[in-house]
Design a protein around this ligand. Structure first.
Ligand code: SAM
Ligand code: SF4
Length: 478
């Protein structure tokens, strides 16, 4: 991607952002619409931020979000957009930013405005509109020097741990009778309150996961509520209970970035060995339907000894759908803690990663995470994610909320380091207090492994962690 003056170029930040949010190029199908909009841009017409925009300033950069689009901006570009809460022409804006000490030529400024106009972040001012209703989040003064984001960039919300599968490795012990029973889940109203907080804190994106979010009777109320809050949503589901009428409702959600699902094999035999009989067939059928309706999809493979050498074949299958693909190694926690014999060795994971990278390189699949864009250049020489089974995130970008409202960092950390089991509870403490005030989070943020491109933490290096690390030989069959 060509770098422009308004893009944040810091590698460090790129790798933290993830969730594909750093690929601001909109899907191909919008190209025509975009070029039409771009042509309407005139330097004489005053423009201002669309009412649907959320603009968030951090210490040294900014984030602008509109629908499912996110740009990471330099501090100067952030200041410029803050000025566009009020309508301005290019000439007027140029004069104002000179007073701010920002040296950008009118040509460069025009190109910036034109791009944001083309995608809808900026709109032409009408005579009656004096001010945009965009939400502007100012920077807070943080106490933790390791905190890049002043509040979470994203949250993974376990809406319910109920689902209709019983996958052998499920880290969350989900299923028809989940370990966290439905009776103790947050109510509809409580999730609404969580979304109010999410909006107040400027959280850009959430992943609704579980379990299967569609297993909750009130899921459409929750999705509608979150959509009104203008928060980008990814929904993780095994797709088995999604009905045709639901697909139409999904199309109506403005902030839906993708429906994400799991496909653990290119054939029913391989996939169903992990995810239960019929999983492959229903997933492939539903992916076809979603794809034909233009609903954005992401497909992930949980890789273990039983499927690591089939990643290339799975990528070929995924390439039939208009979606993105990602792989992750199975970690032995939750139900998976009984599956040590299936945990990948670093060499086996390397083999899976190389198949994935090759599939991306030849254009078979689009990677679903910004990290992989980086890795395709690096992996031919060395594989910096060989130890990924043991890497957890550093709690400086995202957090998880379980169905009871307990906030935590990752299933791996919960399982292997009991003192990090829970870092707060959304029903008793504000998200901001947890993010800034939790001593556990502060400790984790200070522990990053600098050599890891995820800037994560190798759990084996955390004092007191209870991790088994022996390498199990490759299986000849599952
Ligand atoms: C917990 S599921 C929730 C969404 C949905 N039920 C599904 O399976 O796609 C989210 C993802 O976590 C993955 N997952 C579950 N247990 C895991 C484990 N022990 N190691 C690695 N990934 C795991 C699943 O394969 C799935 O891709
Ligand atoms: S991995 Fe997903 S579908 Fe499988 S048991 Fe866990 S939550 Fe259910």
């Amino acid at each position: 991607m060509v770098k422009r003056w308004w893009d944040v170029t810091d590698d460090h930040l790129w790798l933290r952002a993830g969730w594909d949010t750093l690929t601001p190029a909109p899907p191909n199908r919008n190209k025509l619409f975009l070029s039409r909009r771009a042509n309407q841009f005139s330097t004489d017409t005053p423009v201002l931020l669309s009412d649907d925009v959320r603009l968030r300033r951090e210490r040294s950069f900014g984030i602008v979000q509109y629908r499912t689009l996110v740009y990471f901006l330099t501090a100067e570009a952030t200041t410029i957009l803050e000025r566009l809460v009020y309508p301005k022409t290019l000439v007027r804006l140029s004069t104002e930013i000179q007073h701010d000490g920002i040296a950008i030529t009118p040509g460069d400024l025009g190109a910036f405005l034109q791009e944001l106009f083309a995608v809808g972040v900026l709109v032409p001012a009408t005579e009656s509109q004096q001010k945009s209703n965009a939400t502007i989040y100012s920077m807070r003064v943080s106490v933790d020097p390791n905190m890049v984001y002043q509040s979470p960039f994203g949250l993974e919300l376990e809406i319910t741990n109920k689902c209709y599968r019983n996958c052998i490795y499920c880290a969350y012990e989900s299923g028809p009778n989940p370990k966290i029973p439905c009776q103790v889940e947050l109510s509809t109203e409580q999730w609404f309150t969580v979304f109010d907080e999410i909006e107040r804190n400027g959280v850009i994106a959430v992943e609704l996961t579980g379990g299967d979010p569609f297993a909750r009777n009130d899921i459409w109320e929750i999705l509608t509520y979150a959509d009104k809050k203008r928060i980008i949503m990814y929904i993780n589901s095994d797709l088995s209970i999604l009905k045709t009428t639901d697909l139409e409702r999904l199309q109506a959600i403005q902030h839906l970035a993708a429906i994400q699902t799991s496909l653990d094999g290119a054939t029913p035999e391989v996939a169903d060995a992990s995810r239960g009989r019929g999983a492959w067939q229903i997933t492939v059928k539903q992916l076809g339907l979603l794809s034909s309706l233009g609903i954005p999809i992401g497909v992930g493979t949980t890789v273990h000894k039983g499927n690591f050498n089939t990643v290339r074949e799975i990528a070929e299958l995924v390439s039939q759908f208009d979606g993105q693909y990602y792989v992750g190694p199975m970690y032995p926690v939750g139900r998976g803690s009984r599956l040590w014999h299936l945990v990948l060795s670093p060499d086996e994971w390397d083999c899976a990663v190389r198949q994935f990278v090759e599939a991306v390189r030849i254009g078979l699949v689009m990677p679903a995470d910004a990290l992989w864009h980086k890795l395709i250049d690096v992996v031919p020489a060395s594989n910096p994610v060989r130890d990924q089974v043991y890497i957890t995130n550093k709690a400086d970008r995202t957090l998880r909320i379980d169905p009871t409202g307990a906030v935590y960092v990752s299933a791996k950390l919960r399982h292997w380091c009991p003192r990090f089991h829970t870092v707060g509870h959304v029903t008793t403490t504000s998200l901001q207090q947890i993010w800034e005030g939790s001593e556990q989070l502060q400790e984790l943020r200070s522990l990053a492994s600098p050599s890891n491109p995820f800037r994560g933490i190798d759990i084996r290096e955390i004092p007191g962690a209870l991790v088994r690390t022996e390498v199990i030989p490759t299986l000849s069959r599952l």
